[in-house]
Design a protein around this ligand. Structure first.
Ligand code: HEM
Length: 484
């Protein structure tokens, strides 16, 4: 640090390695960062790792101030040698450095997922896949994880590529799963991110196992972009195109920043394919857990559904305005456990100062979403109701769960819509319960959440019991009418 600059709070760096051994690891890192923030009585923590600065933000206010209000400075992404350079995922707008090329991609993705387009073009896909999902849960209630993978994958594949997923063994779902597993085994911060020089080691070099991992990651990166895209191209050429994001972008000119429209469309659709399914599935697993941990919340939501929807049909998007409690259950599912607890790292484009401390250009910035929301442990949809002290209720958790500033998730409206209707439908059709009828903290015993870009709860057993006699008929009727 320049001698006239003050270092922000955080553990004292050691010679050469800096804070390498102070960085939380071994799971639930977001809780460890929050504890460090309390220890240093600061909502921002500053580390240096082998010369590279890292800032971890631990409060909503600091995240708003830095990432939202100072977006011109805080919207870059770090170098990420392993993912971007070795695995060659640099085509992915979520990882792209800030600049003209990024803006062109971001604009295209954002336009496809604004509320008017979603309502016009995608609601019907969501509605159809939810009916199919409910049917599968009725048939094999023990396979929730597979059913969620199937549904979220099917929605995204239809929206992005016009591809109808027929089973959880669909090759594109399997490919996405392979990417997810690979990312979990080889998390973003590999040794090569700390020592970029390692990138030049050949794969056969002892200790260069990351090179072999990178080779697999590279192959997946290519297949993921090329294979679904080629399918759309082949269908278009044979006159059987199904309207979707890919066909729409193909009919337009590429932005000036990109010479080839093929590449542009391939990259835009692949980012939606890679970012859109797993996050939504994680949110729905957290929701399911919360429902047997908090049976009173479940009951209140179901009373509202009985009042508004009755028992002859499934809930629809048109019911949303009349289902304020169910909507708050959805919001609370975004807050209770973050699907992406440390978000995607931002990076600074210029030197900056905050609370009297210095933040150099090129600092990696993590927003720890976990402490950004208060009372993290109780699932309480009533927290959003106005009180005399808080006339607007507590802040909408979507303002943290989807990240911040110019990099905020462009899929957030789409994600919230899919979550709302899935949650309303699951609550309408099923009583969700713990197999041994446990509730409260006892029902959470032993459950942990994975680290990584997307955080999933560990496996848990759950019972889905049709809530009323005709519930299976209501689902079957919805499947038939929506298939027609
Ligand atoms: C519950 C579901 C979802 C959650 C919790 C979620 C969360 C996030 C978060 C935390 C970020 C990082 C924001 C930041 O850097 O500050 C992000 C970025 C992104 N998300 Fe989502 N997301 C979800 C669903 C989706 C969906 C459905 C799509 C696609 C339609 C999508 C597309 C993207 C893209 C393209 C980015 C990169 C944005 C950029 O770098 O500018 N996400 N998301």
């Amino acid at each position: 640090l320049p001698s006239n600059k003050r270092r922000l709070p955080g553990p004292k760096p050691k010679i050469l390695i800096g804070n390498l051994i102070d960085l939380p690891s071994g799971g639930h890192e977001w809780i460890q960062y929050a504890a460090l923030a309390r220890k240093y009585a600061s909502d921002v923590l500053y580390f240096t790792v082998l010369g590279t600065p890292l800032l971890v933000i631990n409060s909503f206010e600091a995240a708003r101030e830095l990432l939202d209000k100072r977006g011109a400075v805080y919207s870059d992404r770090p170098r990420l040698v392993m993912i971007k350079e070795l695995m060659e995922w640099d085509w992915n707008v979520a990882l792209m450095s800030y600049g003209k090329r990024f803006s062109a991609y971001r604009r295209a993705v954002q336009q496809e997922f604004q509320p008017t387009v979603i309502a016009q073009s995608y609601h019907q896909v969501i509605v159809r896949e939810i009916a199919a999902f409910l049917g599968r849960v009725l048939e094999t209630p023990d396979s929730l994880v597979d059913h969620l993978k199937h549904m979220t994958g099917a929605i995204i594949m239809m929206v992005a590529y016009g591809h109808q997923v027929k089973s959880v063994d669909d090759p594109f779902i399997a490919m996405n799963e392979a990417v997810r597993e690979h990312a979990e085994e080889h998390p973003g911060v590999a040794l090569v991110d700390v020592f970029p020089i390692l990138k030049y080691l050949p794969t056969w070099f002892p200790g260069a196992s990351f090179q072999r991992a990178a080779a697999i990651g590279r192959e997946l990166s290519i297949r993921m972009r090329v294979e679904p895209y080629n399918m759309v191209k082949a269908r278009t050429e044979s006159g059987n195109a199904i309207p979707c994001m890919a066909t729409k972008l193909l009919s337009q000119d590429p932005p000036l920043e990109e010479a080839s429209n093929d590449e542009f469309v391939k990259n835009c659709c692949a980012v939606v394919y890679s970012a859109g399914a797993d996050t939504t599935a994680a949110a729905l697993r957290n929701f399911t857990l919360a429902m047997f941990v908090y049976p009173d919340v479940q009951r209140r939501a179901q009373e509202e559904l009985d009042r508004v929807v009755g028992r002859d049909r499934l809930p629809t998007f048109q019911d949303q305005a009349k289902l304020p409690y169910v909507l708050k259950v959805m919001k609370e599912s975004l807050r209770w456990r973050a699907m992406s607890p440390l978000g995607v790292p931002h990076a600074t484009l210029e030197d900056d100062e905050f609370q009297g401390g210095y933040i150099p250009k090129g600092t990696t910035v993590l927003a720890n979403i976990y402490p950004c929301t208060r009372n993290p442990d109780s699932f309480n949809p009533d927290r959003y109701l106005p009180t005399p002290e808080k006339p607007d209720g507590e802040p909408d958790p979507a303002r943290a769960a989807f990240g911040f500033g110019r990099r905020i998730c462009p899929g957030r409206f789409f994600a919230e819509d899919s979550l709302f209707l899935t949650i309303a439908s699951m609550l309408h059709v099923f009583t969700i319960s713990h197999p041994e009828s446990l509730s409260g903290n006892d029902a959470l015993e032993g459950i942990t959440w994975s680290s990584g870009l997307v955080s999933h709860p560990s496996a848990f057993a759950v019972n889905f019991t049709p809530r009323f006699h005709s519930a299976p008929d209501v689902v079957r009727a919805a499947q038939t009418s929506r298939d027609a």
